[in-house]
Design a protein around this ligand. Structure first.
Ligand SMILES: [Zn+2]
Length: 132
């Protein structure tokens, strides 16, 4: 359970990061923020490519930034889009690599949206337990 102040900060960080999205093709700008066990925040934005297939989502960029800084566990996620859109399947799977059934806030650029959880978004996910 995270405080409402921390939740608001997480959502605000995702929406502020969204300003840096590189989305000249889809024009669908996304900002994401992940909160770690030690209270750090990492943000990411979608970065598109003229080749289209090399586009990387905001959620995965936030996770990769976190991991590259040596941090490993996520306790909450916020995603900010123009219409409170939901993470794609690839991002759900990558988030599940570093998080349990954590809260996920899906908001628009005014911070309005809904709260869900990672396992609601990705039930019965593939995990390390399948690699025995
Ligand atoms: Zn994605």
């Amino acid at each position: 359970m995270i405080s409402s102040d921390l939740r608001d900060k997480l959502i605000q960080s995702a929406c502020e990061a969204r300003q840096n999205a590189y989305a000249p093709y889809s024009h669908y700008r996304v900002g994401a923020a992940v909160l770690t066990e030690d209270g750090r925040l990492y943000t990411g934005v979608n970065v598109e490519s003229a080749s289209y297939g090399l586009t990387v989502c905001a959620e995965r960029n936030a996770v990769y930034k976190m991991v590259s800084e040596g941090i490993g566990r996520i306790t909450a996620v916020a995603v900010c889009t123009e219409n409170a859109g939901s993470p794609c399947g690839a991002c759900r799977q990558v988030l599940a690599e570093f998080a349990g059934d954590v809260p996920v806030w899906l908001v628009d650029d005014k911070g309005n949206g809904r709260e869900t959880t990672l396992y609601t978004l990705l039930p019965d996910h593939f995990g390390p337990e399948h690699l025995t």
